[in-house]
Design a protein around this ligand. Structure first.
Ligand SMILES: Cc1ncc(C[n+]2csc(CCOP(=O)(O)OP(=O)(O)O)c2C)c(N)n1
Ligand SMILES: CC(=O)[C@@H](O)[C@H](O)COP(=O)(O)O
Ligand SMILES: [Mg+2]
Length: 662
């Protein structure tokens, strides 16, 4: 239902205070927030489904808790648009995920109502527990201090509530259990709201999801009366521990929350996460519960709730482009070259047809990684392990020890979460796990949290690791074939979010010579050594430099590790300027090239080396092109860098100079 009025939304103040809204007005406010969210995302694109699933929960949390004093932490933060609309950002909600606009996730620097930044999942309970313990320590200091110490040190009692809202998908990550395990023993008051919509991006997987489904399906929502009785019983004074445990088990059988109870949480639910008549009294009860300890409120919601197209296809409406509100039709990009993701998926299917040892692993992102098609083609050889990157990597390592050829497809940014597994379980044991790192480089609207910036730095320093970076989608087909054929060591390959260059695709990938790059164009005193998809801009820059009288050599490295030592030595010996360009943070490919040249004494003879890498800054959401320009990695910047190196004055060259003082 799309109420046209915004009468109640217009009454929401900043700071937010919903105490004088009646339950009926809160219900109507939720309808208005839902309509506002749908209308805003129809013009911005974004994570619609998750947001619509938490509209009532968002209203209830801000009605019951004294935010921002009470902390509400949104796990992942992709569902926080209603929260942003209610907390002073309604006027900017249509700038979501655009340059200079609101972030698509919660962000400390954006609002006092965002106590913790998010975007990578399953961090909310840990962060919330940290805040709860800090609160208790501050209160303990206050209580132990004399009056004058309190004055002198500005000590105050801190009695804020801390609420972490985490989804069922995010509850499949190990970090959530680490946090619950600790919370259950620390006895710091912490409220966890499990937002269970029985969806991750795709339908959830794993035993946890099955367990939660049992909780949901084994019984209807707990009646408020039973709940009220349980809540009163919950905090009896002086009950014997054995009696209490008996009571917990009894309740566990009643509610099924035994897993959480065993982790030291008081389990409440499941309750209807769209029914404010349930949410408000339960959250008030929980807020008033006067005993230490962690409480988990299990709410059942529907992803996409209140918008039929999103209800019907919650996976398709997890992340949407602009869409027609009436029909739900999402705007389609004009037909163009296939995405790198699609090329990877098709190439892997092709390799897997010929090699039954090839298996694929994703961490809850089958469609994002292009492995959904692989799953259709080879249902027994595709493994979605849930949001569990650490497990995914070591699971792949285990498979490799038994002769399988695992392709672990994890976005560059999410692979960060499994770094020790990559080092300790894969590289150190020299196991032939293949890492397909999609979203390498800048990713646009998801911003700094999702940029694939560090993979070359954190993988390049690992012995045994081979790293490839195809310059276009045709090269990616060869890279996949090369990875498939490399059985004696781990390989990783990176490619960007978005469309390819339109180059013709080979029907069959060729196996590349290990550590060999390729010379694309010969010039004379300037050479550009490009890694990955920066090649297109490197060639553009070479064209302009040639037009200005500087015929420029261009080489495609193809491998970030091992580097093509013969080629880089040739470039160094026969050019005055060597520009090395990569869409990655410092410490990656350029560092390895310069390390090699230095030891060969090839930096001793006045060679001017200009490593063009990402600046030492997190670059916010914008279009990918604008992020590259802001980073100083565009064709323009390559031209300016080359001209400056040969002594041609370049006024105000590139914004990157401001960012990095280059
Ligand atoms: C560490 C990590 N891995 C993967 C993702 C990608 N991702 C974003 S949201 C999401 C699904 C989250 O499911 P759930 O927690 O149930 O939230 P819902 O979207 O259902 O509200 C995934 C896999 C991520 N953000 N962080
Ligand atoms: C919230 C989250 O982490 C994912 O939904 C992510 O936004 C997907 O990114 P892509 O849109 O690049 O697949
Ligand atoms: Mg979910």
């Amino acid at each position: 239902m799309n109420p046209s009025s915004t009468a109640l939304l217009d009454r929401v103040t900043y700071p937010i205070d919903l105490r004088n809204f009646s339950p009926e007005q809160l219900r109507l406010l939720a309808d208005e927030v839902r309509a506002e969210t749908i209308n805003a995302v129809s013009v911005t694109g974004g994570h619609l489904g998750a947001c619509l699933g938490v509209v009532e929960l968002t209203v209830a949390l801000h009605a019951v808790f004294d935010t921002p004093y009470d902390r509400v932490i949104w796990d992942v933060g992709h569902q926080a648009y209603p929260h942003k609309i209610l907390t002073g950002r309604r006027d900017r909600i249509r700038t979501l995920r655009q340059g200079g606009g609101l972030s698509g996730f919660t962000k400390r620097s954006e609002s006092e109502y965002d106590p913790f930044g998010a975007a990578h999942s399953s961090t909310s309970i840990s962060a919330g527990l940290g805040m709860a313990v800090a609160r208790d320590l501050k209160t303990a200091r206050y209580e132990a201090a004399s009056e004058e110490e309190r004055q002198a040190q500005g000590l105050q009692r801190d009695d804020r509530n801390v609420v972490a809202v985490i989804g069922d998908g995010s509850m499949s990550a190990g970090m959530a259990y680490e946090a619950m395990n600790n919370a259950g023993s620390l006895k710091s008051r912490l409220i966890v709201v499990l937002n269970d919509n029985d969806m991750s991006i795709a339908p959830p997987v794993g035993a946890m999801s099955a367990y939660l489904s049992r909780l949901m399906s084994s019984r209807s929502f707990i009646s408020l009366r039973d709940l009220a009785v349980k809540m009163v019983k919950r905090f009896p004074k002086g009950i014997e521990r054995t009696a209490r445990r008996a009571e917990e088990y009894a309740r566990g059988i009643l509610t099924g929350g035994t897993l959480f109870e065993e982790l030291g949480f008081y389990y409440v639910g499941p309750i209807d996460g769209h029914n404010l008549d349930h949410l408000l009294p339960v959250l008030r009860n929980v807020r008033e519960a006067d005993e230490a300890g962690a409480i988990l409120v299990h709410v059942i919601t529907q992803k996409g709730k209140g918008y039929e197209p999103a209800e019907r296809a919650p996976d398709k409406y997890h992340g949407v482009s602009k869409f027609n509100v009436i029909t739900g039709e999402q705007a389609k990009a004009p037909p163009g070259p296939p995405s790198y993701t699609k090329v990877f998926g098709d190439a892997l299917i092709n390799e897997a047809k010929r090699d039954p040892a090839i298996v694929a692993i994703t961490a809850a992102m089958p469609s994002g990684t292009g492995l959904d098609k692989f799953a259709t083609a080879f249902p027994d050889r595709m493994f979605d392990v849930g949001i569990a990157e650490q497990h995914a990597v070591t699971f792949a390592a285990g498979m490799a020890t038994e002769g399988m050829k695992p392709f672990c497809a994890i976005y560059s940014t999410f692979l960060q979460r499994a770094y020790d597994q990559v080092v300790h379980d894969v590289a150190l044991q020299n196991l032939p796990v293949r890492f397909a790192m999609d979203r390498a480089g800048y990713v646009g609207a998801d911003g700094a949290t999702h940029a694939g910036s560090f993979d070359l730095a954190f993988l390049g320093c690992l012995p045994n690791m081979v790293i490839m970076a195809p310059s276009d989608e045709a090269e990616l087909v060869h890279v996949v074939a090369t990875a498939a054929a490399t059985d004696d060591r781990p390989t990783a390959f990176r490619y960007p979010r978005g469309e390819g260059t339109g180059v013709a695709l080979p029907t069959q990938g060729e196996i590349l010579a290990l550590g060999k790059g390729r010379l694309i164009r010969e010039g004379n005193n300037i050479a550009i050594l490009s890694l990955g998809t920066r090649l297109a801009d490197a060639l553009k820059a070479a064209d302009e430099l040639a037009a200005r009288g500087f015929p420029t050599t261009v080489a495609d490295a193809r491998f970030a590790k091992p580097i093509d030592t013969a080629m880089v030595e040739q470039l160094a010996k026969h050019h005055e300027v060597l520009i090395i360009v990569e869409e990655a943070a410092i410490g990656g490919f350029s560092a390895h090239v310069m390390q090699h040249l230095a030891w060969k004494g090839l930096l001793d003879n006045g060679l001017k080396v200009r490593p063009m890498v990402m600046p030492d800054a997190f670059i916010d959401h914008n279009s990918q092109a604008k992020q590259l320009a802001e980073a100083g990695l565009s064709a323009r910047d390559i031209v300016d860098t080359a001209l400056a190196a040969v002594g041609v004055e370049v006024p105000g060259a590139g914004q990157a100079k401001a960012l990095t003082g280059r």
